[in-house]
Design a protein around this ligand. Sequence first.
Ligand SMILES: [Zn+2]
Length: 363
Amino acid sequence: MINRDRAVQTFIDLARIDSPSGKEDDVARWTVARLQALGFTVQEDAFGNLVARQEDSGPSPLVLSAHMDTVQPCIGIQPSIEGNLIVSDGATIVGGDCKAGMTAILEALASLQEEGVASIPVEVFFSRQEEMGLVGAKNLDFPLLTGKQAIIFDTNGPVETIVSGAPTHYAFNVEVVGRAAHAGAEPEKGLSAILLASEIITRLSQGRIDSETTANVGLIEGGSVRNSVPARAIFKGEFRSRNPETLAKVKSMVQDSVDEVRNLHSAATIELEFIKEFDGYNLTGDEPLLAKVTSALGSLGLEPQLGPTGGGTDANILRQHGIESLVVGMACREIHTVKEVVDITWLVNAARFCETMITNHGS
Ligand SMILES: [Zn+2]
């Protein structure tokens, strides 16, 4: 039986362990001990991601996944219970993203173990540095994962929230090199890298391009002192779209803007680099895993709520590796803010959902 008090305690124990991205060692150690106590063998890859299963988990176990890192501010979280919610003291997040997901998985395993289920057909994947750009998943030693279907806890809302589509995400970096000169004595000899960078940036459409597409320049650096024509400037941007055609158009817009400014100022050197962060996806509605999830939710009296997201999750990476993956709600609201809360009813439902998925997977 899913045990509400045990689940709440698991979450509180996890929330109290600091685990900012890149510093997941403590939470990983705690999690390894918990998984071992549940009879799981835990493998840690070179990056520190955890993959755990029992000896006899079957040929194609169900992958249940969450990430171990949390976004700032997340040092010294003081979780407390207010009615049906777990909250922080207002100075930090509460860490439900994604420790509520970890809790749901661990509670389901504890419940099955308690009921004497001999072999649980599950592979647990807990990643690191998800919040830094899916870094753990990108570095996962993929042969460790044998399952072909994965449930990933990583969106706002109750477990019946299902992400129906996620964008493809590109990053881009621009470096402009002009020519330094004294700003007062002989500015004619200079070529301002900051001015050229701004000429490029003002050519770029930014913000919400359409309902499926966003673009942003998020960082700019350049120059060294007030009285010198700046010789160098860099800026970093990104764009995302769930529509491949629009994505290609935005990519061309960035390329064309750089090319135009380069042609206007042949004395400058302008470098543009695109980095594809991850591929997006759109569910068609015919996915076998979606049918299983819908059926499990239905048996708990929950109605699936499908909707797209503008962000990436580990699912984007797992799907690129041929693992059918769905992202579900992890029982939180207002993630990535100090107002983040974990809804205890949702947390219990998420654990029940895991248990049902596992039971159905094995039968
Ligand atoms: Zn997350």
